[in-house]
Design a protein around this ligand. Structure first.
Ligand code: SF4
Length: 210
């Protein structure tokens, strides 16, 4: 697999926020979201076998692992790595763009699946099959504009997403005011759960490896 970085930090997103976590970041993404904060992972990285990755993970004092990117599902070995980690009794999550089906992802893995909003520049890149992964999935919308907010509300309603899954609204960092989004969620009685990218508030937003 081509791996960009492996590091130990605090989970900044999703319902797992705040948990000490080992992050495995894969290289490569086929999308180009305007707000992408991991552009360095598009190409940089080194080849590692699944066994080498597992050995690197064991060195950290932690049982929580997050496979992120880039887009991890572009590499078929990601499926094997996720299952191997589950077999080793790690608690495992996957962060994915939503454009690739998670059907083959081990059901023990918690999938945090993006649904790209209009301001991402990648609207429509969502594999609708992902709404069938009922167990162990949550859906994240990055909100950069008022249009994004109402588009997301409509999408959630149309597919009854909030009745089956956790819905996360994340303000686009330094573009969307978190307070505006918080108040909008309250005013519109949105079913979404507000999430901030906690790591960007703890460390400098451009710090890598956190
Ligand atoms: S899917 Fe994620 S890694 Fe890929 S361009 Fe969008 S934000 Fe960046």
């Amino acid at each position: 697999m081509k791996i960009n970085e492996i590091f130990y930090s605090i989970q900044g997103e999703s319902t797992l926020v705040g948990l000490p976590t080992i992050f495995v970041r894969t290289s490569g993404c086929h999308l180009r979201c305007h707000y992408c904060d991991t552009k360095y992972a598009y190409y940089e990285g080194r080849q590692m076998t699944v066994d080498e990755i597992l050995r690197a993970i064991v060195a950290f004092p932690c049982r929580q692992v997050c496979l992120t990117g880039g887009e991890p599902l572009l590499q078929k070995e990601s499926l094997l790595l996720l299952s191997r980690l589950c077999n080793e009794n790690y608690r495992v999550s996957l962060e994915t763009s939503g454009d690739i089906s998670c059907r083959q992802v081990d059901c023990r893995v918690r999938c945090i699946i993006d649904i790209k909003t209009p301001s991402s520049g990648e609207l429509g890149r969502f594999n609708i099959e992902n709404l069938n992964r009922y167990e162990n999935s949550e859906f994240k919308f990055v909100i950069g504009t008022e249009e994004d907010f109402y588009w997301s509300e409509q999408f959630v309603k149309q597919f009854c997403i909030a009745e089956k899954f956790t819905v996360l609204y994340s303000p686009s960092f330094e573009i969307m005011d978190p307070r505006w989004l918080a108040e909008k969620i309250l005013k519109e009685k949105s079913p979404a759960r507000l999430q901030l990218q906690l790591h960007k508030y703890i460390w400098s937003p451009s710090t890598r490896g956190v």
